[in-house]
Design a protein around this ligand. Structure first.
Ligand SMILES: Nc1ncnc2c1ncn2[C@@H]1O[C@H](COP(=O)(O)OP(=O)(O)OP(=O)(O)O)[C@@H](O)[C@H]1O
Length: 292
């Protein structure tokens, strides 16, 4: 179980780091085993920063993130159970190593005592699980493989490690439509085996495809979260409503985007403390009762 409690991240910015930017503010949520939770929000809303903190790749300014009750951290033991896959699969591979090397490194690090032939069989099984033909991908350099094949290689690697939590950050945005669905189907399969997934995305339609719960992030704060059907079917926060109505704008940074709020209170940055509005459905809007 992944758990974030009041997590805040501030970056030092400016020429001498004299100013600070709050990228993530008091964020709390959980991801249970076998649950897919989607984290959505505009560009710059803090989604990837949250992903990187969960993976121990960026220090937390305040608050706590735990996995199975222990603080997240870097290191072999932690990454045995928790892995991240990112938007650009090419960046996850060393261009001078063939695909086989990725699996050899997993064996050396985590399964040194498994005999070679048994390991080769495990690798082949994992590749077939992600619908890759071992003969067509092993022995090839990353540039000889497609983005979809590389994403699937990363998922095969996760299968071999038997990870329990996957942070999937925009993993389908570089893929064509049919490969996208294949990768999502694979995630659905992994979920049914008990994998927890934090699915970070701009793409609301794909977010709904898998996720039981959806978290809406705005300028680093959670404005709404709950069962996906409730958040998408009956959004309560004005920002969520506008976000759902403005899907084509999601890739724009804040500064370029037309303001997305409908009421003056939210336009001026007003929000509220997250409060339960329905079963498991939370919304941060101090004016909810007056604007509905
Ligand atoms: N290392 C850093 N130093 C300073 N500011 C940063 C750093 N990393 C991220 N930020 C800022 O933190 C904010 C959140 O960035 P983040 O990458 O988490 O957003 P995002 O929602 O993942 O955006 P996108 O969807 O475009 O990837 C942005 O304003 C970004 O400029």
């Amino acid at each position: 179980m992944l758990r974030l409690d009041d997590v805040t991240k501030r970056f030092r910015i400016g020429a001498l780091g004299g100013r600070s930017l709050t990228a993530v503010s008091d964020v709390s949520f959980e991801v249970a085993p076998g649950e897919v939770v989607s984290l959505i929000g505009e560009s710059g809303s803090g989604k990837s920063t949250i992903g990187r903190m969960i993976l121990g790749l960026q220090p937390i300014t305040s608050g706590t993130i735990t996995f199975d009750g222990r603080p997240v951290r870097q290191g072999k033991e932690f990454y045995r159970g928790v892995q991240g896959i990112f938007q650009d699969p090419f960046s996850s591979f060393n261009p001078v190593f063939k695909a086989d090397r990725v699996f050899a490194m997993v064996k050396d690090a985590y399964f040194p005592s498994v005999p070679g032939p048994e390991w080769a069989a495990r690798v082949e099984d994992a590749l077939r699980d992600v619908r890759l033909n071992p003969g067509q991908v092993l022995g090839k350099y990353p540039h000889q493989l497609s983005g979809g094949q590389l994403q699937r290689l990363l998922i095969a690697r996760a299968l071999l490690l038997e990870i329990r939590l996957l942070v999937a950050d925009e993993i389908t945005s570089m893929l064509d439509a049919s490969t996208r669905i294949e990768v999502l189907n694979l995630l659905a399969e992994l979920k049914s085996r008990g994998l927890g997934v934090l699915y970070i995305t701009h793409d609301l339609s794909l977010g709904t495809y898998l996720a039981e719960r959806t978290i809406v992030l705005r300028r680093g704060s959670v404005v709404e979260m709950g069962p996906t059907g409730q958040v998408f079917g009956g959004p309560l926060h004005p920002y969520t409503r506008e976000l759902l109505a403005a899907v084509p704008r999601l890739h724009q940074p804040w500064d370029d985007a037309t303001p997305v709020d409908t009421c003056a209170y939210h336009l001026n940055g007003g929000t509220g403390v997250l409060a339960e509005a329905g079963s498991g459905h939370f919304v941060a809007c101090a004016r909810l009762s007056t604007c509905q």
